[in-house]
Design a protein around this ligand. Structure first.
Ligand SMILES: *Cc1c(COP(=O)(O)O)cnc(C)c1O
Length: 244
């Protein structure tokens, strides 16, 4: 028999079990923060709900979560309307330019800003709406051709180009490192993203300085927190395996 804890990825977790799973994830966050000499209050748990229907999202809200992430604009549009609760919605997936207007309306934070062109577009839309959108620059740490994100060697230029956009508040960096079964093998990528943030801050590109590191998913968020994550994006450890 397998032990049931947040380290196992269960097939689809039932609504009644979600509060317990969230408590286990919170405990892992607390322990990882403690190991790193950090306060767990610096870390925001973003529950990633792609493929998760409203009933189970409501169970997570009932358990006290207020930050949720989606990776597709279309799926999010339907769900955000259905949930209709005071939630902070994060866009964690790739954003196509032609969906920028919709995304700007639906999401409170965009983690996947990966080009100057997209930044320009979001800035214009946010300006029309008279608001400022908090964003993170997504960095492609591994240079994988299939991954989105700004290559590390272009980050400084993209960051500089984003500086004039008055309706975007650049808060930090996000990455989706390669998957390794052993989370220790992901540690160098998390460390690299934290270095990128320090480099941008040392050059005083943004004012106020960048603070957020969106990194760490179900199988590696403990290590991400040890390396400085402030936003962890967690799906399966809370909701179980997604339907294919
Ligand atoms: C799905 C997803 C997550 C959550 O992944 P889990 O392995 O389910 O925790 C985090 N970030 C992004 C960008 C995702 O698409």
């Amino acid at each position: 028999m397998s032990r049931r804890d947040a380290f196992d990825i269960l097939p689809e977790v039932r609504a009644e079990e979600i509060a317990e799973r969230i408590a286990l994830v919170r405990e892992r966050i607390r322990r990882a923060a403690e190991r790193a000499g950090r306060s767990s209050e610096e870390i925001t748990l973003v529950a990633v709900t792609k493929g998760v229907e409203a009933e189970r999202i409501r169970a997570a809200i009932a358990a006290g979560l207020t930050h949720f992430g989606e990776n597709r604009v279309q799926e999010a549009e339907r769900k955000i309307a259905e949930i209709n609760a005071p939630i902070t919605w994060h866009l964690v997936g790739h954003l196509q330019s032609n969906k920028a207007r919709k995304a700007a309306v639906l999401f409170h934070v965009i983690h996947s800003l990966d080009s100057v062109r997209l930044a320009q577009r979001l800035d214009r839309i946010a300006g029309e709406q008279g608001r400022t959108i908090p964003v993170l620059l997504q960095v492609d740490l591994a240079g994988e051709p299939t991954k989105f994100g700004i290559p590390v060697d272009q980050l400084l230029d993209v960051a500089r180009a984003c500086r004039p956009f008055r309706h975007l508040a650049v808060r930090g960096l996000m990455a989706i490192p390669p998957y390794f079964e052993d989370p220790e093998r992901v540690r160098p990528y998390f460390r690299r993203l934290a270095e990128c943030l320090r480099e941008l801050n040392a050059r005083e590109i943004f004012e106020p300085p960048l603070k957020d590191l969106s990194m760490g998913m179900s199988h590696d968020f403990d290590v991400a927190i040890e390396e400085g994550a402030t936003l962890v994006r967690i799906g399966r450890a809370i909701f179980g395996e997604r339907q294919p």
